[in-house]
Write a protein that binds this ligand. Sequence first.
Ligand code: ZN
Ligand code: ZN
Length: 511
Amino acid sequence: MEGQSLVFSLENLSLIKNFKNYRDRVEAMTKLTFYGGVGEIGGNKILLEEKDARIFLDFGMSFTLAEKFFSEFLQPRKCNGVGDLIEFNLLPDIEGLYREDYLQDKKKREEVKYDAIILSHAHGDHAAYIHYIRKEIPIYCSLITRQILKALEITSSSGFSDFLHLKENFKLIESKKGRLRWAKGAESKVERPFKILKEENFIKCFKIKSLPVCHSLPGALGFIIEGKNVSIVYTGDFRFHGYSGELTREFIEEMIKNKPEIMICEGTRIEEKENTLLTEEELKNKVSKIIKETQGLVVVNFPIRDIDRMISFFEAARENNRKLVINSKQAYLLNLLREVDPALPQLGEVAVYLSRKRKGVITDPSYPDYLVQQDYELWEQEFLHHPAAVTFKDIRDNPSFFLFRCDFFELKELIDIRPPRGSCYIRSITEPFDEEMMIEKKRADNWLKHFGLYPYHQIHCSGHASGGEIQEMVNMVKPKILIPVHTEKPHLFRNFHKRVKIVSPGETLKF
Ligand SMILES: [Zn+2]
Ligand SMILES: [Zn+2]
């Protein structure tokens, strides 16, 4: 019996040893887990792990999945913390990542298990869910991305935009009389550790190079990451046809030098072989021509944070002796961006539109200032007496002097402005690609028909590279393994690369 037992324990010992070797090998491997952004456009949340280092590349919201379960009036409950989002796989069910006031069990204590969230850019499908991240976990991004997130946090009324600060939701304060009350305002505000990415950054065992790329929003970055075992590149979202297309070309040059094993590449427009789209410059010229031929008011709609597009409309307006009018949210963002890039247009060169809000007394001089002020949020009050401020009266009285940016929610301004005969509308946003957008477009069309702005001009160009351009880039960089993200058609990457790994949501790859 004794002998047998000895053999058994020796066997056991070697099993344990083998297992330990195996476990060490696995632990030393580089792991990539895709919690979003695979098989869909956006929602990128890519976990990169090596030894004890855990970092997320982007932490975005999947718009497709979110719209499946939630809408403007059916929102996740804050009292259930991250629970409502985990329920539908909008957030991964993992420990040590989420803010403690959003844990389902508020009294539970979790150890922080993640070292960093690295953002490629400030679009919601890459950054929106940092709202749910724990206050201790640093957020790395470009200075411009931080400024955009700051503008979003201050000017948004959604309640889900704790980007630079976290407003603790379940903090109790004891009053002098010993009663408890919920903290509010500054009492509950905590600053997040934001870190501005340099060209080269070291986070635990990772060396991360961050390089600017051209996209439909400023401050976008691509990454070259060197771990102990592999070198990985992550493109984020990119294009070549904006005003800073050369940045993307420089990023490619850096990737070529680095000879990465793995490339995580976006493929929004992978099915488009040719880039038949306008460049931003061509778009500007087309717009300028339309403005030249328009006698009345030119009404335009372009994405609020697309600064390339703002510049296109700004220039086109200037060429025709008109002034671009933007809303107060855009003006606030522009001021913050000018702190980083003073070459951007300044208020005065562009006008700020003050819409009638709450009591709507802005255009009635018989009301004192302090009452007018009450119609506006604190952050927009700085524009009330700004020389660049205009109201509907200014535009109505002088329509041929302005180019008025008017998004879907601002269509109601047309009731006050009353565009005269001979006015036009330029739609410079993407075509609808889901049911909700279709409904919204139909509604917008009704407004435009009502105000004689229909048919309109559709002039837009995408924020993403075409399939042909992506293919060319991949052929130049020659990664060993290609992982498509941010696309509904990852299989199309197989047309030009031998080792394409199509990943399912939540799947982990080991290298
Ligand atoms: Zn995106
Ligand atoms: Zn983007």
